[in-house]
Structures are given as C-alpha cells and as structure tokens.
Design a protein around this ligand. Structure first.
Ligand code: SF4
Length: 442
C-alpha cells in the first residue's frame, strides 16, 4: 500500500482541520473506542482532534463524507475480535466502495488484527495497529496531523508489495496513565482494573494480546474515576478484569488486602445505595479463588448476588490439556461455597476443546447436572480456535446431536444460557478463514 502517495492533501491545509477521526463503532468493540477516545482527550497534542462515532456502513460512510468536507485527512478506525472479523471486513469493503478518496486511511486494531496483521491487511485495511491502542492512537493521530508517515509510529504493520512490514513494537502501558473511557465525549464503560493475565489457558487470547503479567490500576486512580462517575450521576459501577480476585496480585494467590482496599475505597466514593458489581460480568472469578474468606469479603462490599465462575470442563484431563490451572473438583467446591454464602454461581463451560473425547463431554454434562441440581446456572460456550492462541490451528469446536439435545433440555428449564449454537458456526468460519488454508488446499 503506497501510503506515502496518499499522505498529503490536495487542498490548502489552512482552510481545513488537519485530521478528523471516525470510529467505525460497533456494540461489541465499543468500549475499546471509548478507551482510545479517552487517550486522545487527555493528550494536549490530540485533545482538539474531532472524533465521530458512526455505527454501520451507512453511518460510517456519511461520517467520512462530512469529515472530508472539513479535514485534510480522515482516519477511520476499526477494532474487532476474531468472531467479528468477517463481518467488519465486509463492512469496510462496503464503506470503501461507497466513498473512495486518497485522504482516507482505514486502520484496523484490536485483538484479531494484532494476531493476524497480514491477513487483515490483505483483506483491505491500509494499516494495522498492533497491541495496546492507548499510546499508539495518540502517536498515530499526532503523526497524521503533522503530515508525517504513520508507518513511523511504533506498533504499525503494513504491506510493502507482498511483504508484511512492521515498525518497532509499542510498549505496554500503565493503566493509571490513561482514563478508562472517554469522559469529554460522554463515552463511558466499566473501569478496567487489571490488564494481562498470568494464566495461559490455551484457548484464550487475553495473555497473548495483553501480556502474561497482571497490571493493575491503582486504588487512587480507580477511586478518582468512580468519584467522577458519581459526579455525573451514575448509580452502577462495573469493573473490567480477566480474573477479579487477582486485583493487586502478581501471582496466582489472591491479595485479599488489595481487593478489600479497592472495594472499600470504591464504596467510600459511591456510598451504600449505589450498586457495585464485582465478580460478575465483566470481571469473573476463577474457581480456586472462591473461599469462605473471599466470599465474606465480597458480601461485605459488592451489590451483586450472582458470581460468574470459570469452570470450562468437568474433565481433569481436558482442564490439564488446556492449562487452566485448576481441577474439576475446585469448580464443584466453588459452587457449594457460593451457595452457602448466598451467591448464585453462574458457571462457564466450554465444549469441543482440543483433546476432549466422549467421556470428557459426559463428565462435563454430569458436572453441569450436579451444579444445576444444587442451584447454580450454567453458561455454555463452544470452543473457537482463536488466532494468536496455542490452539489457533486446532479443529473447531463441534457438538454431537446427543450433546445438543442435553443442552437444549437444560436451556428449556432455564438452567443454561449462552451462545454455544452460534459459536459452533463461528468456530467453523474461523477455521475456514485461517491464513494459509487456501494455499494448503490449492
Ligand atoms: S481464560 Fe481467564 S484466566 Fe485463563 S488466560 Fe484467559 S483471562 Fe486468564
């Protein structure tokens, strides 16, 4: 892609803003855009750059057209997870067909483009922004405003003829250095308290995208943003973490002092009547972290009386093969403890994991039946061979008719919920679109 050719505007820059940003804004990726917007708002070099949020082909096209009337260049940002890659790529093609102009730059970022930069570029994006976006977006916008080559910014990937080229990797950020959302644009979301994950579950993109160590937002910074939200009239407070009870910890052992300091600090800001959601979406808990002590602590501070527990399988062999770091008995123990302390556990299970045979599936179904009989709810998923993970080349998760029938039975009684059916189709699609597959099949 010859970016150098499209860099300079044909119109005199004095009559136009140097740059306008349009986010191709989708429900599934919206919090990522809120974070990027917050990063732009809080850098004096980029705070004044106009940002539009446009949802769907028609709105993105209209926003680009308006931006072209006002600005010398338009950065169109796309961010997506692997299951949405096909749909978002199709949207980008439709937008490009509707409005083609050398002043437009389509940049893809997020988990999927980071894992598959070459395939993403070949699918039609001009640049891929790899890794964490906060500092990168500031540098990219700053470079474009000044007519500089965006490929000089760290973390950028592009195609040079047929070859994938990359600028140096960007550094990992500290959460305290960036707001958790875009307050000046009125774009809010959960407060991210922990990024990265020390666990290396082989099906999960988080440690491969965000790093294999925990990085925590400080209690003072969490409180700052909670106080801000209280001032804006918010009544519900949610937190984003890969494993909620790991807040403040650096290893597998929870640091309950740190968790309590954070929750107590948040409560001091919210007062007793506002709602504090923790240990439920989007901050689930690992089963071995559920103990009398942790549940007593949660009961003291949080508003939710459901907890989302990652179980994944009822088979120890499958859990070990996936490096989950806990066994099936710890899931049953966690459920019993939750119920004893007055929490309703919702337990995640994942079907079709690599190495799972009929006996493992049966063990999972029986575990689900036992947990449901005690009073838990179960959340069903089908394994997706996600790019960037060790299982990226594994066979897509598939269910037999007999398993589907058992799951439908549980669902019809209200015990099971989840996207396991749609995910079977998504898993097949991901496997079919794997880079190199066409070459191998040719
Ligand atoms: S599944 Fe959860 S615990 Fe495992 S690596 Fe992913 S975020 Fe970490």
């Amino acid at each position: 892609m010859a970016h150098g050719e499209r860099r300079l505007p044909s119109q005199p820059v004095t009559t136009r803003a140097p740059l306008h940003v349009v986010w191709a804004y989708r429900r599934t990726g919206k919090f990522a855009f809120h974070v990027l917007t917050g990063a732009l708002e809080t850098d004096p070099r980029t705070a004044h750059v106009p940002v539009d949020f446009a949802n769907g082909v028609r709105d993105v096209t209209a926003a680009i057209r308006r931006a072209l009337d006002r600005a010398a260049r338009v950065l169109v940002g796309w961010s997506f997870y692997s299951p949405d890659a096909a749909a978002l790529t199709a949207e980008q093609h439709a937008v490009r067909a509707a409005v083609a102009d050398p002043r437009i730059l389509h940049v893809a970022g997020g988990v999927h483009p980071t894992a598959e930069p070459e395939a993403t570029l070949r699918s039609g994006f001009d640049l891929v922004a790899t890794g964490e976006g906060e500092q990168l977006v500031r540098e990219l916008v700053h470079a474009l405003q000044h007519g500089q080559d965006p490929r000089t910014v760290s973390g950028i990937a592009w195609l040079d003829g047929e070859r994938l080229r990359r600028s140096p990797r960007s550094d990992r950020i500290a959460l305290d250095d960036f707001p958790p959302f875009g307050p000046a644009h009125g774009r809010f979301g959960p407060i991210e308290i922990t990024r990265g994950c020390i666990y290396a579950c082989r099906f999960c993109q988080t440690p491969y995208f965000a790093g294999a160590a925990f990085r925590h937002r400080s209690v003072a910074d969490v409180r700052h943003w909670v106080r801000y939200l209280v001032g804006r009239g918010f009544r519900d407070f949610r937190f984003l973490s890969p494993t909620a009870l790991s807040y403040g910890a650096s290893g597998p052992e929870p640091d309950l002092g740190a968790v309590e300091a954070m929750l107590a600090g948040v409560r001091a800001e919210t007062g007793p009547s506002r709602k504090l959601w923790f240990g439920t979406f989007p901050s689930e808990v690992r089963p071995e972290h559920v103990t009398h002590q942790t549940l007593a602590l949660l009961k003291k501070w949080v508003s939710n009386r459901t907890l989302i527990v990652g179980g994944q399988s009822g088979s120890d062999a499958v859990l070990a093969a996936n490096e989950r770091g806990h066994d099936a008995a710890s899931v049953e123990r966690a459920v019993a403890l939750c119920l004893e302390h007055g929490f309703v556990p919702h337990v995640d299970f994942l079907f079709g994991l690599p190495g799972e045979g009929p006996a493992d599936v049966e063990a999972t179904l029986r575990t689900m039946d036992r947990l449901v009989a005690r009073g838990a709810r179960v959340h069903g998923h089908t394994f997706l061979p996600l790019p960037g993970t060790p299982w990226r080349k594994a066979a897509p998760g598939a269910l037999t008719d007999a398993v589907r029938a058992r799951l439908h039975q549980l669902a019809s009684r209200g015990h099971l919920y989840g996207q396991w059916q749609q995910q079977e189709a998504t898993a097949r699609e991901l496997a079919a679109r794997r880079p190199g597959r066409q070459d191998r099949e040719a």
